[in-house]
Design a protein around this ligand. Structure first.
Ligand SMILES: NC(=O)c1ccc[n+]([C@@H]2O[C@H](COP(=O)([O-])OP(=O)(O)OC[C@H]3O[C@@H](n4cnc5c(N)ncnc54)[C@H](OP(=O)(O)O)[C@@H]3O)[C@@H](O)[C@H]2O)c1
Length: 300
């Protein structure tokens, strides 16, 4: 495939919107659709064609990119009443960039193969900022030929493309990687709360975490949201909860009980129930703080 390959994009949310914009800016002949139509308008301004239905995107695209919420959304989109997969031509390729389960990728690949449509399982690491700048990290499960065919599209959205193996291995890497990321976020919330109760300033704590030998861009990236008390969604808490549950389910299916992340799941569930599900995942700190207010030791 080349930059002239008719390319479709479905799912123009926090991530999909900027990712599709990078394809439009790179010059791909792009057709887009989003369930909530208003989110497609910025793409029209960049020269993309806005389709009237998801099936229309499938029908005109030889490479179709999906960036939707989860397994159910993807399977509903492709095989449900909208009939996207049915509308696609044999020989075309679907690149799923959503965070979905490896088992979903296997099911989707098998159903698409019935009509000779290929699946590239390509979730991404990186949040809204790398999505905007085209610097995401893709972890790809696909045949080498399929990956070669869609490389131009991936390169327009991603700084790095990791080849993980066959379909399903991209999702497995993403699920295993997000286990670390979500754990770090939950620990950061606990760490900053513990320090604050004892009189430490979060900004000063972040300077230290940023300087020591186990540092990560995540400390300041997410910690600065706490300093600013700004929980506008970059990585919505409901998706982080979905990812933690995915990791636990994948673990349990192989007999592995991921106990550390069970505590993370509990914190995210409590935060979602308290109404923070559409805020950034870092809003989990509100739940951690409220625990301290309710049951914690007296403050010094
Ligand atoms: N945000 C991040 O930092 C980040 C980073 C890496 C990976 N991810 C993953 O990327 C995916 C998208 O995340 P996001 O942050 O962009 O989420 P988002 O803003 O909630 O976008 C989700 C998109 O999926 C669409 N959608 C949901 N259910 C659908 C259905 N049944 N049929 C058709 N479209 C449907 C939504 O349409 P509407 O607009 O109509 O709701 C929206 O376009 C998720 O799997 C997430 O876990 C997110």
């Amino acid at each position: 495939m080349t930059i002239t390959a008719p390319t479709g994009f479905i799912g123009l949310g926090l991530m999909g919107g900027p990712m599709a914009a990078n394809l439009a800016r790179a010059g791909f002949p792009l057709t887009v659709w989003n369930r909530t139509p208003a989110k497609a308008e910025p793409l029209r301004d960049l020269g993309a064609r806005v389709a009237d239905s998801a099936a229309e995107v499938g029908a005109v695209s030889t490479v179709l990119i999906t960036m939707v919420s989860d397994d159910d959304a993807l399977e509903d989109l492709l095989f449900g009443a909208g009939g996207v997969a049915q509308a696609m031509s044999p020989g075309s390729v679907v690149i799923d960039m959503s965070t979905t389960s490896p088992s979903c990728m296997h099911r989707v690949a098998s159903r698409l193969a019935d009509t000779d449509i290929h699946l590239v399982d390509s979730p991404v690491f990186g949040s809204t900022e790398p999505a905007l700048s085209g610097d995401l990290w893709a972890v790809v499960g696909a045949s080498p030929d399929d990956l070669t065919r869609v490389r131009p599209q991936l390169d327009a959205m991603c700084a790095t493309v990791f080849e993980m193996g066959p379909v399903g291995s991209g999702s497995l890497m993403k699920v295993a990687g997000n286990l670390v990321v979500t754990g770090m976020i939950a620990l950061l919330a606990e760490s900053l709360t513990l320090g604050k109760i004892g009189g430490l300033e979060p900004g000063v704590m972040l300077d230290v975490l940023d300087a020591i030998d186990f540092t990560s861009p995540l400390w300041k990236g997410k910690g600065s949201l706490v300093v600013a008390e700004d929980y506008a969604p970059r990585f919505p808490l409901r998706h982080a909860l979905k990812d933690v549950r995915l990791a636990r389910a994948v673990g349990l299916a192989t007999g592995l009980d991921l106990r550390a992340v069970a505590g993370v799941e509990e914190d995210f569930v409590t935060a979602a129930r308290a109404g923070h599900q559409d805020e950034d995942v870092m809003a989990v700190i509100r739940t951690v703080r409220s625990t301290a207010d309710a049951d914690g030791p007296e403050r010094p």
